[in-house]
Design a protein around this ligand. Structure first.
Ligand SMILES: Nc1ncnc2c1ncn2[C@@H]1O[C@H](COP(=O)(O)OP(=O)(O)O)[C@@H](O)[C@H]1O
Ligand SMILES: [Mg+2]
Ligand SMILES: [Zn+2]
Length: 510
């Protein structure tokens, strides 16, 4: 007696189909599981055995062998409990074999036969759909995640018994449905953060607008209480709203991380703000049972590192590679894969331990102390911020002014315009934003107006700029020109872009 069910395992944020074969033969009563298994899957054997018993299935004393294949991929997690139990039941004739074809089964079993929720349901169902599967059976609590994938039916079950009943008659239960439009419509209503909450700070708001337009990383430097954190938190509200495709991409990551809870899709731009005590593994991802880190949870949104100098130096240095490549590569003994990490890095930093440098009325920090403090940010990391901007104390009058500040929706509209231009320009290429321009592409796309070359050359010499800084200025100028709907980069675009580099010398210069 032999039967075969289908399940899937996660690799990165993709699903790989795994077949679960059960063979029942005469011989010494034994329950064996083979295939490349980690300890978790071995434990599955015990859970399955007891769950079968407690669900009322008295199996004859036979030799049972379960094989998970392909053998050469690492199978993580507890998702195989349910398919293993089902395959065994099918081998004993309790489940209609033909119904296992084109059916993906995932779920953890509790000892009492209940089906418990698992991580990664969304990408697993997605990969099954791509492979032409017709339906999937998942834990009830994860059913919403499956239902967002169109082209495949998702059934949520809460017990092994329920799964068996369903597999013997698919008409016994309706597939899960979800109103995706409703999810999106409701996502922004409860949003109470808005740029209009922030009084004044025009220069910073402008810099942020440019940064978001071209997905440039931005660093805010200034004394405590000047609104750095407040501004950063509002950045997702001026980013274009998520498209369905983007939402899917992000939701897969959250599904693998086990962070979807009962929410079936992430419909808002991510904003991740890890505490400065975070480990580098939690930041970039990985671990014994690999999980996406904060940089992947911030994919297509914002990673905010507040008070950057408080982070351990080697923690933030690991950001350099994913910042360039927009993915993070994880290597394992039997697997290597990557997590997406296309985030915008936003950071704040106080200029010194007390926070008030260079205001000598308030700051007593020695120059050495200042240097050591800011020195936490290495030159190569500093170079990855296209835009640096100072936040200034605003005066009481400005704070009390009844003047109506611009709303996030108004700013978002301009950003959308600049994004459209970039989308057109980079159509069919592997880049989307000005911040991704390579030196060769900069030559092609950053066309300067008459006389701008001279201005740039002067700045290059006077500010003693590195080649990297030079390229960053051009990329930012490209974005400023796009916001201005201008094909060529003019003097005012370049001058403004140069300003966003001038703090390097002020705070990090010799
Ligand atoms: N420009 C501003 N408009 C309105 N409130 C502000 C402004 N700047 C600061 N505040 C108020 O001061 C508080 C502290 O600001 P915060 O963003 O935490 O400063 P920082 O991060 O620079 O130390 C904010 O929560 C807000 O209530
Ligand atoms: Mg702060
Ligand atoms: Zn100080």
């Amino acid at each position: 007696m032999f039967s075969k069910a289908y399940s899937a395992t996660i690799q990165g944020i993709d699903g790989i189909i795994v077949s679960v074969e059960a063979d029942v033969s005469d011989g010494l009563p034994l329950f064996d599981m083979v295939g490349l298994l980690n300890s978790e899957v071995k434990e599955a054997r015990e859970r399955v055995r007891i769950a079968l018993k407690n669900s009322g299935y008295m199996l004859p004393a036979k030799r049972i062998t379960v094989n998970l294949s392909p053998a050469d991929i690492r199978k993580e997690g507890t998702v195989f409990d349910l398919p293993v139990a089902i395959a065994i039941l099918a081998a004993f004739g309790h489940v209609l074999e033909e119904n296992l074809i084109n059916t993906l089964i995932i779920g953890e079993l509790s000892l009492n036969g209940k089906v418990a929720k698992v991580n990664g349901v969304l990408p697993l169902v997605y990969s099954a759909m791509e492979r032409g599967f017709k339906r999937c059976i998942v834990p009830k609590e994860n059913a919403g995640e499956g239902a967002v994938v169109s082209g495949i039916k998702t059934y949520g079950v809460s017990s092994l018994k329920e799964a068996v009943t369903l597999l013997n008659d698919f008409k016994s239960k309706e597939p899960e449905t979800i109103d995706i439009k409703n999810l999106f419509d409701n996502s922004y209503k409860e949003d109470d953060l808005d740029f209009s909450d922030v009084a004044g700070q025009f220069a910073v708001k402008r810099a942020i607008e440019i940064a978001v337009s071209g997905m440039h990383n931005i660093l805010m430097i200034g004394p405590p209480g000047t609104g750095k954190t407040m501004l950063a938190k509002r950045i997702p509200t001026i980013m274009p709203k998520l498209t369905f495709e983007e939402s899917m991409e992000i939701s897969k990551i959250y599904s693998v991380a086990g962070l979807l809870d009962r929410q079936a899709l992430i419909t808002k731009r991510p904003f991740r703000s890890p505490h400065h005590t975070i480990t580098s593994t939690a930041l970039i991802g990985g671990g014994a049972i690999p999980k996406p880190g904060e940089i992947s949870l911030a994919h297509l949104g914002v990673l905010f590192l507040d008070e950057l100098a408080e982070f351990k130096k080697n923690t933030i240095e690991v950001l350099r590679q994913p910042l360039e490549e927009k993915v993070v590569n994880i290597s394992r003994l039997n697997a290597s894969f990557s997590y997406p990490a296309g985030f915008m890095l936003v950071s704040s930093i106080n200029p010194c331990p007390c926070g008030y440098f260079p205001d000598r009325n308030k700051c007593n920090c020695s120059l050495n102390m200042v240097k050591r403090y800011l020195g936490k940010i290495s030159k190569p990391l500093l170079d990855r911020f296209d835009i640096c901007i100072e936040t200034m104390q605003i005066d009481y009058k400005e704070l009390q002014a009844k003047k109506k500040e611009e709303s996030s929706a108004q700013i978002r509209k301009r950003i959308y315009g600049a994004r459209q231009i970039q989308m057109e320009r980079y159509k069919g290429q592997d880049i989307w934003f000005n911040s991704q321009l390579t030196p060769r592409r900069i030559k092609k796309y950053c066309i300067l107006d008459e006389g701008v070359e001279d201005l740039l050359e002067q700045a290059f010499v006077k500010m003693n700029l590195s080649a990297r800084a030079y390229h960053r200025i051009l990329k930012v100028a490209r974005t400023i020109a796009d916001l201005d709907q201008s094909k060529k980069i003019s003097k005012k675009h370049i001058s403004e872009a140069i300003c966003y580099r001038s703090l390097d010398a002020k705070y990090w210069g010799e």
